[in-house]
Design a protein around this ligand. Structure first.
Ligand code: FAD
Length: 509
């Protein structure tokens, strides 16, 4: 017989969504269990070792998925307390007002959110305060209405300040990229260490563990329990099929049945969908919460490329490079007037990072390139397409079926980025494209909406089909916009969790 235990709130996954839910629901005083399949990510010397992290993939999950052709690949996915935010780049942008409505792109259309920017505005404020976001209001030409940032913007280093001036002289509006990093006077961040794509050895990054979970765990909040190395296999309902009653968990290799009153699924966009599909039963033959047939569908993860812009005459000694962005082509800019996306600087590329690149140019001249390059992250919107989906292979493995969307807009933004960099004095621009298997901004697989036939969860992230199942992670995004997802995920996670807290206090949860 397996062990049994019972909690009021059961949260699956300790990433940004799950941590936010625990942060809000702890106020209920009710018992809360967070189930995390991974362990704490160690603070160790290797956190900043490029070969260990980028080449040997020390912190990536040891798992193989299948692509649309059935070929196995090892996804860049992170199973540890804090989820992907342990390695994220901490760019913390709000969606623009226009991102909440349906928009026509060159490659198709997006879907509206059931609420607008104003509804999320107070939660964005709280999200920025929680993650300790540094930024400067009023600089970004597409910025939605907002007050001051909780912390001043992280200053550009000399080379980037010069670049900012050269871009401004072209009529563009470069701005300080909002970042959830404790840098600036009195800040913890040591500028020279790798950050974007790396764990922070000194906890200067505003990740889900540092800012949301650790304060709960350090205070020994008695009603919150975290189980690590606890993999949720299935969620099961009572006979009527309207309520989830238990999770089947493998904890340190042992089977445990966790019963609960409210279940919150926060396993990330791919794994939440996979768990719902794995939880199929007689009552829910297509998977849990899947009467719409949309669980796993509309997978999105942005279209991304890196541009290495080089001046043969100038070295780039910048240590912390990710401080600047350009949004002049966010709203418009395509040949038909459609939206394009964001151009941001990324963490400084080093010689070691180029060692295993497929492009021989990057590999052979890696030393010279890394000394000189200014490195850009060019990102455009990935559009919802039901054919792009997470499915389960008969072997039980996750199958990610994905074909690119909206690539014309991506190529157009790449052209604009290269042209701007050439004019700014970087005549050589090498593009390093990310493949369709780059899943760092995964979202959309259990989209929120008001119509149960075209969405999986309602505007409070509650599954339409069930009374007590919530999906609070990047799965709920109906559209992905073209800015980094975390802040919007956190804002809506706070909003949905607060609603759940009120329902619980009123005896309705
Ligand atoms: C390299 C990288 C850079 C990024 N940079 C940025 C950035 O600069 N700005 C930005 O906004 N976003 C960035 N992102 C994206 C951002 O990190 C994610 O959007 C966000 O963290 C997603 O949170 P989540 O809660 O949806 O899922 P996750 O972070 O994936 O968390 C899910 C958690 O659930 C656990 N889990 C999964 N399955 C199970 C199961 N069956 N049982 C128990 N536990 C389970 C996982 O171990 C994980 O801890 C980046 C991501 C990556 C990978």
């Amino acid at each position: 017989m397996e062990e049994r235990t019972r909690f009021k709130f059961v949260i699956v996954g300790s990433g940004l969504g799950g941590s936010a839910a625990a942060h809000v629901l702890k106020e209920s005083g009710e018992s809360i269990l967070l189930l995390e399949r991974g362990d704490f990510l160690k603070q160790e010397r290797q956190n900043w070792d490029v070969a260990e992290v980028a080449e040997r993939r020390r912190y990536d999950a040891e798992e193989l998925w299948l692509d649309q052709n059935g070929r196995p690949f090892r996804p860049r996915i992170y199973y540890n307390v804090g989820g992907s935010t342990k390695v994220y780049g901490a760019a913390a942008l709000r969606f623009r007002e226009c991102d909440f409505s349906s928009r026509r792109h060159d490659g198709g259309a997006t879907v509206s959110w059931p609420f607008g920017y104003r509804e999320l505005m107070p939660y964005y404020e709280r999200a920025e305060a929680l993650l300790e976001v540094h930024g400067e209001a009023g600089e970004d030409p597409t910025e939605p209405p907002r007050g001051a940032f909780p912390f001043p913007a992280i200053a550009h280093e000399e080379e980037i300040e010069r670049l900012s001036g050269r871009l401004a002289r072209q009529g563009l509006h470069p701005f300080h990229l909002p970042l959830a990093i404790d840098q600036g006077p009195g800040g913890k961040c040591r500028k020279g260490s790798p950050c974007d794509g790396f764990p922070c050895m000194i906890r200067a990054k505003g990740d889900a563990e540092n800012r949301l979970l650790r304060p709960i765990l350090l205070k020994k909040t008695p009603n919150v329990t975290l189980w690590t190395r606890s993999y949720v296999e299935r969620l099961e309902t009572e006979e009527g099929g309207r309520r989830v009653v238990r999770a089947r968990v493998i904890k340190d290799g042992q089977a445990v049945l966790v019963e609960g009153e409210v279940f919150i699924l926060s396993a990330g966009a791919v794994n939440s969908a996979a768990l719902l599909l794995r939880s199929a039963s007689d009552r829910h033959p297509a998977g849990l919460a899947n009467s719409s047939g949309l669980v796993g569908r509309n997978f999105m993860s942005h279209n991304n490329s890196v541009v290495l812009a080089l001046s043969p005459f100038r070295k780039n000694p910048t240590r912390f490079q990710k401080t600047l962005a350009v949004h002049d082509f966010y709203d418009r800019g395509s040949r038909t007037g459609g939206p394009l996306g964001t151009i941001q600087l990324r963490g400084k590329v080093t010689e070691e990072m180029l060692k295993s690149k497929r492009n021989p140019l990057l590999r052979i001249f890696r030393r010279a390139i890394a000394l000189r390059s200014v490195d850009l992250w060019v990102m455009t919107e990935d559009l919802p397409d039901p054919g792009n989906r997470v499915a389960l292979d008969p072997s039980g493995a996750i199958r990610l079926e994905r074909r690119p969307t909206n690539m014309r807009a991506h190529r157009e933004l790449l052209r604009k980025a290269r042209r701007a960099m050439r004019k700014a004095g970087y005549p050589i621009c090498i593009v390093d494209k990310r493949g369709v298997n780059a899943i760092q901004h995964q979202c959309g697989t259990a989209r929120l909406g008001t119509d149960p036939s075209s969405s999986v969860v309602d505007e409070w992230c509650k599954a339409h089909d069930l009374e007590n199942l919530y999906v609070i992670d990047a799965s709920f995004f109906p559209s992905s916009a073209a800015v980094n997802p975390s802040l919007t995920l956190l804002a809506q996670a706070l909003r949905a969790s607060e609603h759940l807290l009120l329902e619980s206090r009123a005896g309705r949860a």
